[in-house]
Design a protein around this ligand. Structure first.
Ligand code: ADP
Ligand code: ADP
Ligand code: MG
Length: 514
């Protein structure tokens, strides 16, 4: 028996849909909130009840703390789940929820506060014996002049990464290769941080040249029990944002895994962490040394791959922990089963500088095969608007081995029909089938190194379109797939009366008219 009868989900898109499913499996009623842009959105259709919060702009809807808490009270919710992004790492929101007599499904405001500042977190980690990236941060808001920054940068040694203390989502970061670029980079990072986070404090880190991003999932209950659920390798990134994640990491030996898992648990313990969280490390692929990057005090986008290999539902675990339950397992009960990969599907055009693509989803048909999970935020008929994150779905493939998981992912992405928008699925396929990825030879520079000038493979895409058109027309698309498209002539430009599934001709009547 759980203590909650009704949970309000303070989010939208795929994560709101995923959390509503978790509630339903626990026999809890789920309440959706929505903005005017989302009145008919998937998460609203799935919820048991829903409440209009405000206009499309996040600041007036999904970020309006008072309005959201008021809505939760009005509808008699017991708890609020923030999802990720939006208010999930906002300590003021976590406090306000608690002050209003509701339960915040996540860590304490104090833990959010301590880990919300990358500099504060670095200090705590250092004091707890968790390795941090060599770097420099100013003491207690001390203002630094250019010479002082330059001296500290010299000590660390170039290249240097300037980072925002309040950073997140890959924002407020600048790589500096030499002393002459430093002051400009600091000013730019300060501007970006001030704009994105309302906090212009920055610090310096040694820039690790060929790094891998490897993070550990932790779960802690309110009775002092804490475990890690192994790693996720998230090295495939674009602009410091993850796009493909996998577990286990092809890099880790059992010894490294044990050491990093212990460090992750120590990091969480250092702030009295309760609920689900992720400790991110950066690993130098040359020396294999690992360093603490930051802790994300929320459920992560890539949590499903951990669920796949451990068999543990992390969203349900979060709810149970918030309800005061004990973790039903100990570290030794946890095992990694098989290999899981997640691809983030974005409504964007990878062949055109990844420009966002908006519009109506004319048709969505999700892959259906064993071992594949799709967490989508849109179905046929839904709108993708300019107002929110362009990530519209996640495809997760789970198989016995890494090779099998890669093949399953490629097949699933090929099978995923999303019409009406441009999506990055062909690009994702190019990554997972790339020989370097298949070898497990990845760093955070993978895309720049291997796929910078990627273009949409032409003929294959025509086959996809033909298949989709056939599905639209309700015909048997197998015959279309077998149809050999002319490789020299683009059928869509041809004017010879081409018809799917059969030949055709148009008589030239223009002469007759004369
Ligand atoms: P994860 O580590 O779970 O993959 P991401 O860093 O991709 O998370 O962030 C998930 C979502 O939350 C993205 O939409 C990202 O832009 C947003 N986000 C993350 N951190 C912040 C932040 N501090 N401020 C604003 N948005 C953020
Ligand atoms: P955010 O809060 O934006 O997620 P992180 O500190 O987690 O910021 O860093 C995001 C990404 O930036 C990392 O996954 C990595 O690719 C890159 N990065 C961060 N710190 C370093 C570093 N010291 N050296 C090299 N790359 C880094
Ligand atoms: Mg991060």
């Amino acid at each position: 028996m759980t203590l909650f009868k009704k949970i309000l989900i303070a989010n939208r898109g795929e994560i709101a849909a995923r959390l509503i499913r978790a509630c339903h499996e626990l026999n809890i009623r789920a309440v959706a909130i929505y903005s005017e842009a989302d009145a008919n959105a998937l998460h609203v259709r799935m919820a048991d009840e829903s409440i209009l919060i405000g206009p499309p702009a996040p600041r007036e809807s999904y970020l309006d703390m008072d309005r959201i808490i008021q809505a939760a009270k009005e509808i008699n919710a017991d708890a609020i789940h923030p999802g990720y992004g939006f208010l999930s790492e906002n300590e003021r929101f976590a406090s306000a929820v608690a002050d209003s007599g509701l339960i915040f499904i996540g860590p304490s405001p104090r833990a959010i506060h301590l880990m919300g500042s990358k500099t504060e977190a670095r200090t705590i980690m250092q004091n707890s014996g968790v390795p941090i990236v060599p770097g420099f941060q100013a003491m207690n808001n001390e203002t630094m002049n250019n010479e002082q920054w330059a001296r500290q940068a010299e000590k660390i040694g170039y290249p240097i990464l300037v980072k925002a203390a309040a950073g997140g989502g890959g924002k407020g970061m600048r790589i500096v290769r030499s002393a002459s670029e430093l002051s400009e980079a600091i000013a730019a990072a300060q501007r970006e941080a001030s704009h994105a986070f309302g906090d212009d404090r920055v610090f310096l880190e040694k820039y690790i040249d060929s790094p891998r991003h490897i993070e550990f999932q932790v779960l802690a209950d309110s009775h002092g029990n804490i475990v890690h659920l192994f790693e996720r390798e998230c090295s495939i990134q674009r602009r410091h944002q993850k796009i493909i994640e996998e577990t286990p990491s092809p890099l880790l030996t059992p010894e490294m895994r044990a050491k990093m898992g212990e460090a992750a648990v120590a990091a969480a313990k250092a702030v009295g962490y309760v609920n689900a969280g992720t400790v991110e490390f950066i690993v130098d692929s040359k020396t294999r040394e690992f360093y603490f990057l930051e802790m994300n005090t929320r459920l992560q986008v890539e949590h499903p791959i951990t669920e796949a290999i451990t068999g543990i539902d992390l969203a349900q675990a979060q709810i149970n922990i918030a309800a005061g339950k004990h973790l039903p397992f100990k570290q030794n009960d946890l095992h990694q089963r098989g290999h899981a990969i997640e691809c983030r599907v974005y409504a964007e055009d990878p062949a055109n500088e990844f420009l966002p693509s908006i519009g109506k989803v004319l048709r969505a048909v999700e892959p259906t095969r064993a071992g594949v999970r799709v967490d989508a935020g849109v179905h046929t008929g839904d709108e993708v608007s300019i107002h929110y994150d362009p990530m519209i779905a996640k495809v997760i493939a789970h198989a016995e081995t890494r090779d099998a998981a890669i093949r399953k992912m490629d097949a699933a992405l090929a099978e995923y029909t999303l019409l009406g928008l441009t999506t990055n699925t062909p690009f994702l396929r190019a990554v997972v089938t790339h020989p370097a990825f298949v070898r497990g030879d990845v760093t955070t520079h993978f895309i720049e190194d291997h796929l910078r000038d990627w273009k949409l493979p032409k003929v294959k895409d025509e086959l996809l379109i033909a298949k989709a058109v056939a599905e639209f027309l309700g015909s048997d698309h197998r015959s279309i797939t077998n149809y050999q498209l002319p490789t020299t002539n683009d059928v869509w430009d041809a004017t010879d009366g081409f018809r799917l599934g059969g030949g055709g001709a148009i008589e030239n009547r223009s002469h007759e008219a004369k």
